[in-house]
Design a binder for this molecule. Structure first.
Ligand code: ZN
Length: 76
């Protein structure tokens, strides 16, 4: 029974069916986890950046910061 293993690339953040293990994270507590990249990114994967930083950037997905719109009378 084979089914495609979908992993998210840690670099381009796209899912890939051919994940390449680029880093193993050993957590002080718990089993830790693996970091995968797609074959394309794995080739030139940078020397492991701060994983927590990567995860943080994934968590925060706010493409455009919302600005409060200023409603009022235009200056005359
Ligand atoms: Zn990638």
């Amino acid at each position: 029974m084979t089914r495609p293993t979908l992993r998210m690339c840690a670099r381009c953040q796209r899912t890939t069916e051919e994940p390449v293990l680029v880093h193993e994270v050993h957590a002080p507590t718990g089993p830790g986890f693996n970091v995968y990249a797609c074959p394309e990114c794995a080739v030139h994967y940078p020397p492991m950046p701060d994983v927590l930083e990567v995860l943080e950037s994934v968590g925060r997905r706010s493409p455009t910061p919302t600005r409060p719109t200023q409603k009022g009378t235009p200056p005359q």
